[in-house]
Design a protein around this ligand. Structure first.
Ligand code: NAD
Length: 520
């Protein structure tokens, strides 16, 4: 396989890594005033890619820096892998596939459950990694680790239930049935906004059914993925079953998409990149699942209490500083309650505190990078130029270059970017409506179809809205809608396929039909 060649730097780098540990006071103090990244278990902070059970440096000596968006301190580097190294990962995942697939489901489940337990045992360190490389608050990061681990538990339990079916025969004296078969090597390409859970939601399903996986995390947040690899190794996944590649996104993703040996692509990210990867995967007719962008409507019904509606809308808008595919982007409020809603929303929004996610009491961390701040400002400027009222959001109060203060725009109209585009920042756009019938086409007036929220009590209106909304997930009177047992996914250009729940195996398996005839 040539691993000894391309991973030759492993021993040297690991040696340096261990030596550097001796110099560090491993206090476990999450505040780390010098900005360095110190964990209780420093071996979870890996700065090498993970291929075929080995930690690999770049064979060309190329590294990419990873920056803490809050402090702007460089946390470390990860290698930019060469085409040869990417191919090596694909080859090793393919070599490992037959033996992994041949294990009893219970044997795979046992390893998955060990991985699950290790995730929870190391929750504080894994959460700290997320805060430092992604920027969200420690409370949100801890929640993400629990959420991420829940998929591993769910699919470990489901491994033994990947049933086929029997079919009443239309052929005389024959028996017809189906079985599910693991599809092969699966490429998992993931975004930076949930650096842990977007990996486990895919990997747990793929591994449980018998696939081997190659994870390509976002360049902004590779350390969470590499910590998952370290824990996968400790859990006992055989070499080649779980791999993590770092480097140039176009190069790594392109190579995975074009490879004939990679049989499934599971992508979470923007619709723009999703389209590109679909094109690149067409040549090898890969099984593709796509979890793409969202532009969620949040519909307040006429009988809804204004204070409760505003509290729920704030909750649905500002998690992960608005960098959430489920974030409430367009808030529709009955005209008679509109001004009262805006006041209630503003009061609650302005109570949110913005700062470094490590600090106690902070509700919103930074955006991922400065480009996101500029894009968010552009969305606000566009809305104001087209007549929106800017009710709150004084950016002069932002505590740093990558921060954006929560912003409230009223009188939003469909020609504004805040209405049209996925607004991946802490900007709430609100508009009034007169009749519920108007809201349905407006809510659906987007290329996206991931999630929608409805808040109110009138059952007739709720039952009208659920089937009328062109979204893969409709949440009524609950901000929380995700979790391991549900089919997560979108309609229209928000994606293809579903993750989690009973449907999670579909993206990583083939249905094989067999007919047992009887010769005369
Ligand atoms: P992104 O599309 O920029 O990146 C996603 C992944 O693709 C990353 O690993 C990135 O390195 C890689 N990538 C980026 N450009 C590439 C290119 N030109 N060629 C090949 N690979 C490339 O998305 P992001 O900014 O990391 O994440 C935010 C997006 O993810 C939002 O649109 C959000 O809605 C979406 N998202 C969707 C879900 C869901 O479940 N539907 C969940 C989380 C995030």
């Amino acid at each position: 396989m040539g691993n000894s060649l391309n991973c030759a730097a492993k021993d040297k780098l690991d040696g340096e890594f261990v030596a550097s540990l001796a110099d560090q006071a491993l206090t476990g103090d999450v505040h780390q005033k010098d900005g360095s990244l110190r964990l209780q278990d420093q071996r979870l902070f890996r700065q090498l890619a993970y291929v075929n059970g080995k930690w690999c440096a770049s064979e060309q000596g190329l590294d990419q820096a990873v920056t803490d968006p809050a402090s702007e301190v460089v946390l470390g580097t990860v290698p930019a892998l060469s085409d040869q190294q990417i191919q090596q990962a694909i080859d090793s995942a393919q070599s490992a596939f037959p033996a992994w697939k041949a294990l009893m489901a219970d044997e795979r489940a046992t390893i998955l459950m060990r991985w699950h337990d290790l995730l929870l045992e190391n929750k504080e360190d894994l959460a700290l990694l997320i805060v430092r490389e992604q920027g969200k608050t420690l409370a949100e990061a801890r929640g993400e680790i629990e959420y991420g681990a829940s998929f591993v538990r769910w699919f470990a339990q489901e491994a033994g239930r990947a049933y086929g079916e029997t079919i009443p025969s239309h052929i005389p004296n024959a028996r017809l049935a189906t079985m599910r078969e693991a599809i092969g090597v699966a490429a998992l390409i993931t975004p930076w906004n949930f650096p842990n859970a977007m990996i486990t939601r895919k990997a747990a399903a793929a591994l449980a059914i018998g696939c081997t996986v190659i994870v390509k995390p976002a360049g902004e947040t590779p350390f969470s993925a590499l910590a998952l690899a370290e824990l996968a190794e400790r859990a006992g996944f055989p070499s080649g079953v779980f791999n993590v590649l770092t480097g140039e996104p176009e190069k790594v993703s392109g190579h995975l998409c074009r490879s004939d040996k990679v049989k499934a692509l599971s992508f979470t990210g923007s619709t723009r990149v999703g389209r590109l990867l679909l094109q690149q995967s067409a040549e090898t007719v890969k099984k593709c699942s796509m979890e793409l962008g969202g532009n969620a409507p949040f519909i307040v019904l006429p009988d809804m209490d204004v204070e409760e509606a505003a509290a729920a809308a704030v909750d649905a808008k500002f998690q992960t500083s608005g960098q959430d595919c489920l974030a409430a982007n367009r808030i529709f409020v009955p005209r008679e309650k509109y001004e009262a809603f805006l006041v209630a929303f503003q009061v609650k929004m302005e109570a949110l505190s913005v700062g470094n996610g490590l600090e106690d009491g902070v509700d919103l961390g930074p955006l991922i990078f400065e480009r996101a701040v500029k894009k968010t400002q552009d969305i606000v400027d566009d809305a104001v130029a087209k007549g929106a009222r800017l009710l709150a959001g004084d950016q002069s109060k932002a505590p740093g270059r990558n921060f954006f203060m929560p912003t409230l725009l009223a009188d939003v109209t469909p020609d504004m970017k805040v209405y049209r585009e996925e607004n991946f920042g802490p900007v709430a756009g609100v508009l009034a409506y007169d009749k519920l019938e108007e809201v349905i086409p407006m809510a659906n007036d987007t290329e996206y179809g991931l999630a929608a929220y409805v808040f109110g009590n009138n059952l007739k209106q709720i039952w009208t809205l659920i089937p009328a909304l062109e979204f893969g997930m409709v949440s009524v009177n609950s901000v929380k809608m995700t979790g391991q047992p549900i089919p997560f996914g979108g309609m229209k250009q928000s994606g293809l396929g579903r993750e989690g729940g009973l449907h999670g195996f579909d993206e990583f398996s083939e249905t094989k039909y067999y007919c047992l005839g009887s010769l005369p």
